[in-house]
Design a protein around this ligand. Structure first.
Ligand SMILES: C=C(O[C@H]1C=CC=C(C(=O)O)[C@@H]1O)C(=O)O
Length: 424
C-alpha cells in the first residue's frame, strides 16, 4: 500500500537532507533545494548483466501494476516511486531499483510525503522531529591515494587511445580513473551530500546505496511524455578569476577539438532518442555551462515520446527505457559506441561499477529523471571508511594526455572537497 499526502511547504526544512536518518538506507535526488529524499526499503530489485535495464523495467511494471496507491498530489514524483542506480558495463553491471518506505518531495512550491508498507495504511513519519536531529559529522583524517593507476600510468593509457584514434579505429573514447579516499572511521554519506548540494546546487546531488555525487549531466528526463536530455562534452577548467574565466568560456565555445567532441555526444543522444520520440529538437549551437570547478559545452535535446512503442507498451517508452537506450552516450563511452566500450574494457584497467551510468528515479507513469553518475564516488560496502572516487575525460585525436589528466583532477574536486571538513 502506497500513500502520498500533500504537506504545507513550511512543514519541510530548507535543506531536505536534514530529514535523512542515519543508518536507514538514505537516498537522495536534489537540485536547487527541490527534489526527493527517501529512506527505508519497502521493495528492492537487483539486476546485473546485459539485460539489467530490461529486467529492472519488467520488475517495475509488475510492482506498479500490483500496487494499491492513493495519491492526493499527482505530479511527477508522487505515488509509487523507485530510486535506482545502474552498472556502467554489461559485466558485472550490478544495478538496483529501490522503493523507499518513506519519500519526501518538494517541487515548485509543492511538498509531499509518500509512505509505502505492506498491510494496512502506513503511518506518516514525524518530519518535524526528524529535522531537529543533529547534522552528521565530517569524515575524519581523510587521505587520498591512486586507485587502479597512477596519474603517469593513466597518461600513457590516454596516449595509447590517441594512437588508436589516429589509426582510424574510432573517433572518441572517454577514459576514466579512480582515487581511493580512506577515513579514520566509516563515512556518513549524509556529510558529503550536504556539501555537494550546497556547493553544486545547479547539479543533481544523488545517493543510492553508497553511490553518491553531484552530476551536471541529465541523461534523460521524462515529464508527461516530454523528454529532455542535457548533453555535456567539451570541458575547460576554471581559474577562479571571473574575467579570465569569461575569456576561457569564449575559447571553449570556439575550440574545434571540444566542438568536435561535443558534436559526437549530441549526435549519439539524438540518434538514440529518435526511435522513441515523434519529434526531436537539437539546437545547432551549444551553450557554455558554468560550474564552480569547470565549464562545459552543453546542449539540451528535447522530444515528445510516441504514444506507442513496440518494446514499451501503451504508455510509450518510460524514462528507464529511454535511459537504457541512451546508455552509454558518447559523453561517457565514445564513438562508435561499441568500439569505444571495448577499448575502455581493454585499456582503462578498472571496473567502473556504477560510475558514468544512469542514476535517478521513476514513477508508476514512467516519468522521472536519470542523470549520469559523474563527479561521483562509491562508499565501499565492505569497508565504509573507504570511498572510491571517479573522473574521466573525452579523448579525441587532438587530446594531450597531460591536459586530460589535469581535467580529470578538476573533475575529482567536487567529491574530494565534499569529504573534507567545512561548512555543512
Ligand atoms: C566523464 C566525465 O565527464 C564527461 C561529461 C562532461 C564532459 C566530459 C568531457 O569534456 O570530457 C566528459 O565526457 C566525468 O566527469 O567523469
Amino acid at each position: 500500500m502506497t500513500r502520498t499526502v500533500e504537506l504545507p511547504p513550511s512543514a519541510l526544512p530548507t535543506d531536505l537532507l536534514d530529514l535523512l536518518p542515519a543508518g536507514a538506507e538514505p537516498m537522495a535526488w536534489l537540485r536547487r533545494g527541490d527534489g526527493l529524499v527517501a529512506w527505508g526499503v519497502a521493495a528492492r530489485c537487483r539486476t546485473s548483466g546485459h539485460d539489467r535495464f530490461a529486467d529492472a523495467s519488467d520488475w517495475w511494471r509488475e510492482v506498479a501494476g500490483a500496487a494499491a496507491v492513493t495519491d492526493e498530489v499527482e505530479v511527477p514524483g508522487t505515488g509509487l516511486v523507485a530510486l535506482g542506480s545502474f552498472g556502467f558495463a554489461d559485466e558485472p553491471g550490478d544495478s538496483l531499483l529501490v522503493v523507499p518506505e518513506v519519500l519526501v518531495g518538494r517541487r515548485e512550491g509543492r511538498a509531499w510525503v509518500t509512505v509505502t508498507g505492506s498491510g494496512g495504511t502506513p503511518a506518516l513519519p514525524d518530519l518535524a522531529a526528524l529535522a531537529r536531529r543533529e547534522r552528521p559529522a565530517p569524515p575524519r583524517e581523510v587521505t587520498f591515494a591512486d586507485g587502479a593507476m597512477s596519474g603517469a600510468a593513466w597518461e600513457s593509457v590516454v596516449a595509447d587511445a590517441v594512437g588508436r584514434i589516429g589509426e582510424g579505429d574510432l573517433e572518441k573514447v572517454v577514459l576514466a580513473r579512480d582515487l581511493l579516499a580512506t577515513a579514520a572511521a566509516p563515512v556518513d554519506v549524509r556529510w558529503p551530500l550536504h556539501r555537494l548540494a550546497g556547493d553544486y546546487a545547479m547539479c543533481w546531488t544523488f545517493h543510492v546505496e553508497g553511490m553518491f555525487g553531484a552530476t551536471p549531466e541529465m541523461l534523460v528526463r521524462r515529464e508527461r511524455g516530454l523528454v529532455t536530455s542535457r548533453v555535456l562534452a567539451g570541458t575547460i577548467r576554471r581559474t577562479g578569476d571571473d574575467a579570465r574565466d569569461a575569456g576561457l568560456a569564449g575559447q571553449l565555445a570556439r575550440s574545434s577539438k571540444d566542438l568536435e567532441e561535443h558534436e559526437y555526444a549530441v549526435r549519439s543522444v539524438a540518434e538514440s532518442l529518435s526511435p522513441y520520440c515523434s519529434s526531436t529538437n537539437v539546437p545547432e549551437v551549444p551553450f557554455v555551462l558554468h560550474l564552480p570547478n569547470v565549464m562545459h559545452l552543453a546542449t539540451d535535446v528535447t522530444g515528445v515520446v510516441h504514444d506507442h512503442h513496440e518494446s514499451a507498451g501503451a504508455a510509450g517508452a518510460s524514462v528507464l527505457d529511454l535511459a537504457a537506450a541512451l546508455h552509454p552516450s558518447a559523453a561517457v563511452g565514445g564513438t562508435p559506441t561499441k568500439v569505444a566500450v571495448e577499448l575502455i574494457e581493454e585499456i582503462e584497467g578498472m571496473d567502473r561499477g556504477r560510475y558514468a551510468a544512469p542514476v535517478g528515479w521513476m514513477d508508476a507513469h514512467g516519468d522521472g529523471e536519470f542523470g549520469i553518475a559523474l563527479r561521483s564516488a562509491e562508499v565501499d560496502p565492505a569497508d565504509p571508511a573507504t570511498v572510491r572516487l571517479f573522473a574521466g575525460c573525452g579523448v579525441v585525436a587532438g587530446s594531450d594526455p597531460a591536459a586530460e589528466l589535469a581535467e580529470a583532477q578538476a573533475k575529482f574536486l567536487p567529491v574530494r572537497d565534499a569529504l573534507g571538513p567545512g561548512p555543512a
